[in-house]
Unconditional design. Structure first.
Lengths: 303, 303
DNA sequence: TCAATAGTGTCTGTCAGACACTATCGA
DNA sequence: TCGATAGTGTCTGACAGACACTATTGA
């Protein structure tokens, strides 16, 4: 095998020795992390349950470009680390937690997404249990903050064509911090073209107030992915503490899907994914509830 | 806004002017294309219908590393083109077709996936209608060939743990060309870890015979994605000619999913996605069938 | 007792899987 | 006529959505 020679008469060993890619201009590569968690909101009435809130981690930019605006945690990928380890390293630096759920989302490769130079960004989504977050005290993270996430469709348009249609959806993404003194937002226009054959989808940031780069559309894409995957996988449990009540679990589904669910149906649906423990909630202003844990044997044969 | 200064006292304009990223060592970025199509196999009996065959495009490497082996079509992403346009450019060069279905699959970022240097590869999947392929006469593609794709699980293992399980699946991928004189293969080991919380999946090429780089696992991943998406989207129609019979459509599903389907059930399921025409198949050795076309209005509200 | 939540039972329609049946072409 | 494919009707069980009901706690 290694005796094969290429058209310049080089063996593989000779070829690799002579190989030098430094003469080519290359894009830079970054990883950007979407770190989601769900926490309890405030509830003054001691009898009522606190509402769940979907939050995500953002960092304040300390340098140009977009100085002072909020961006996804992330950073450049060096030549001697894999994409996954770069993502894990960023998580460690920002959230200071190992061993948390992480999946690759999408790679954003527009030429002009970063005014500094050509930057390709590989985005990852990570889900963390808010309970374990007490440990958090990121090193880097002087200017890291958890923002409440709200996303809503503010306008829709659909034009029928002879052989399909074009649709536009404007989604407003709003992030605000606990004290409500910071609020940033972005409007993403999602274009769907069904022409002849199947759908082609494009996302554009059409308005951005305090959110750096194209991070608005990355976040919107991540939320969509989270909403989809929560329906057919068990990723929710990464947002849950080890023990939880079914009502809590339902609230987490509700805040992510942004709609109310019927209790009886919800419980039937997730019954196979959880195992009852003999623990109960305590000191609530009403009937206590059983605590459950995740059933690790649950799966649908998907790997 | 542009009057803001960073900690070095620079405005954004000054900062960007001084910005130089050439001092950092960067990975290279490539796009790799999985181009699938479905063609008719040979059927000597004039009364029987030809079987459908799933095929994909591979190119023979003319240089080190992996010289003489078969690889996915693809190439380096230059600094002045987006990922999508790089992918479209490669398609144009290899298959010489514009306006075909394409979606981003996954970005592969292991450090040692290319012996030349650090290369990150963004993979795309593309589906083309075999009828339009007659036009194909790729420029670059002296050594491009369509291979019949076969993928089968050859071994499975599952070990239960106190708080979950570890599973291993060995998938054998086989590619052979029409004349059967070329046949390459690869075995991919898929590890699934369900420990405490949710599943973590990893893919390794454990055996490779004639398939370059880690392309075996990229292909396996692509086939899995195709199998999943065919169930809940309309991407199949990108593999179909403008007019087709329901039996043909069913055969395409069957060859992708690698299982037989029941006719009556299949027809009910896809009934909303197609529109009947008043054309019929001709000169078949049996009852002719109605031809259908894709219904572009079909969608489930997904964009 | 009441407010609030915990938890269950059951009816509905839809839909996927299984299977059996009828129809129509060409040689 | 037969071989092959085209195309339909219907039973089943699983399951999601809707809704009504009972149970249990702390003040």
């Amino acid at each position: 095998m290694s005796e094969l020679r290429n058209k310049d008469g080089l063996t593989e060993e000779e070829f690799l020795k002579a190989y030098d890619d430094s003469k080519y201009k290359k894009p830079s590569v970054t990883v950007d992390m979407l770190v989601f968690t769900v926490t309890d909101g405030n509830e003054p009435n001691y009898r009522k349950l606190p509402q769940k809130v979907l939050k995500m981690l953002m960092v304040k930019r300390g340098n140009h470009p977009y100085i002072g605006q909020w961006a996804l945690p992330g950073g450049f990928v060096s030549v001697d680390e894999s994409l996954d380890s770069a993502a894990l390293r960023e998580l460690k630096e920002e959230v200071n937690i190992d061993n948390i759920y992480m999946e690759q989302l999408y790679t954003w490769g527009d030429v002009d997404r970063d005014p500094r130079s050509r930057v390709i960004s590989c985005s990852y989504m990570s889900l963390v249990d808010c309970a374990s977050l007490n440990i958090m005290a990121g090193d880097d993270a002087d200017d890291a903050k958890w923002f409440t996430v709200k996303s809503s469709v503010i306008k829709q348009e659909k034009t029928m064509l002879p052989d399909g249609y074009i649709s536009h959806d404007w989604v407003k993404l709003e992030l605000c911090d606990d004290d409500r003194d910071i609020s940033v937002s972005s409007v993403i226009k999602i274009t769907g073209k069904a022409k002849g054959k199947t759908l082609y989808v494009d996302r554009q940031v059409v308005e951005s107030d305090g959110i750096a780069f194209d991070h608005g559309k990355i976040i919107q894409y991540g939320i969509e992915r989270l909403r989809n995957k929560i329906e057919y996988t068990d990723i929710v449990f990464n947002l849950m503490p080890p023990r939880f009540s079914l009502t809590e679990l339902q609230q987490v589904y509700e805040v992510i899907l942004d709609k109310k669910l019927l209790k009886a149906n919800f419980r039937r649906k997730i019954s196979g994914m959880v195992i009852e423990t003999n623990e109960l909630t305590k000191d609530v202003g009403h009937r206590p509830s059983k605590l459950y844990r995740f059933n690790p044997d649950w799966n649908k044969g998907v790997f």
